[in-house]
Design a protein around this ligand. Structure first.
Ligand code: 13P
Length: 250
């Protein structure tokens, strides 16, 4: 059985003080919800604050990006080993990183390998644009992103990863893919590709999240889809009723 996994992506929101205050407000309620893994992914500078605020709870800590090199002259970057003392998770290849910061499939692949080497769980993001969706290219494109992300990664390592399918047109727009649509793409473009690259058994082990305008009101129908194992949540993870979202996921 794949344990449901709800992760909040706080993007470029919250100061350190807001991080501490928000977590203090919801941590005990979140900690009591059983049968689901929960994590928040904070901006780098707030990660130690987040880690301290969730200490002693089941709430996990993640980063939103990292560089693949161990160390070196890479101004402004963060190495995997720098995250390890604080984080269990790292989001890699988010569509905002790909669109605004020039991240490529090849770079994402190198980052996944580096994260795995350090025992971090990558949350690997894939998803098509509105134009691709309307042109009927979704399955081919997303499947290609999955293949590129996992190139040269062994099955034993792939099962350590989480994948988030986030259609770009559904991010922050209030438009959600219908639960059936999301479940079908995750099944046909993500899980079937993993089965082709590895094996059906390996594909069945990997947790796949949906992301894009997930809210307390729509999480239950998304989770009812057999191939959807959780959600990567943006805006709704910054509000106290994120607790209801997590509760409604189980
Ligand atoms: P929203 O939930 O705000 O649409 O963001 C989704 C997302 O990009 C999570 O990584």
């Amino acid at each position: 059985m794949r344990t449901p996994f709800i992760a909040g992506n706080w993007k470029m929101y919250f100061t350190a003080a807001e991080t501490a205050a928000f977590v203090a407000q919801i941590r005990d309620q979140l900690n009591q919800i059983e049968g689901v893994d929960v994590a928040f992914c904070a901006p780098f500078i707030n990660i130690p604050t987040l880690a301290e605020a969730v200490a002693g709870t089941k709430i996990g800590v993640g980063a939103q990006n990292m560089y693949f090199e161990e160390s070196g002259a890479y101004t402004g970057e963060i190495a995997p080993g720098m995250l390890v003392p604080f984080c269990q998770y790292v989001i890699l290849g988010h569509s905002e990183r790909r669109a605004y910061f020039g991240e490529t499939d090849e770079g994402v692949n190198r980052k996944i390998k580096a994260a795995l080497q350090h025992g971090l769980t990558p949350i690997v993001c894939v998803g098509e644009s509105l134009e691709q969706n309307e042109a009927g290219e979704t399955v081919d494109f997303v499947s290609g992103q999955v293949r590129a992300a996992f190139a040269g990664i062994a099955a034993e390592q792939a099962v350590q990863c989480v994948i988030a399918y986030e259609p770009i047109w559904a991010i922050g727009t209030g438009k959600t893919a219908s639960a059936e649509q999301a479940g079908e793409i995750i099944g046909t473009a993500v899980r079937a590709t993993l089965a082709d690259v590895y094996s059906q058994e390996t594909a069945e082990t990997i947790r796949i999240q949906y992301g894009g305008s997930v809210k307390p009101a729509n999480i239950a129908e998304l989770m009812a889809q057999p191939d959807i194992d959780g959600a990567l949540v943006g805006g709704a993870s910054l509000k106290p009723d994120f607790v209801d979202l997590v509760r409604n996921a189980v």
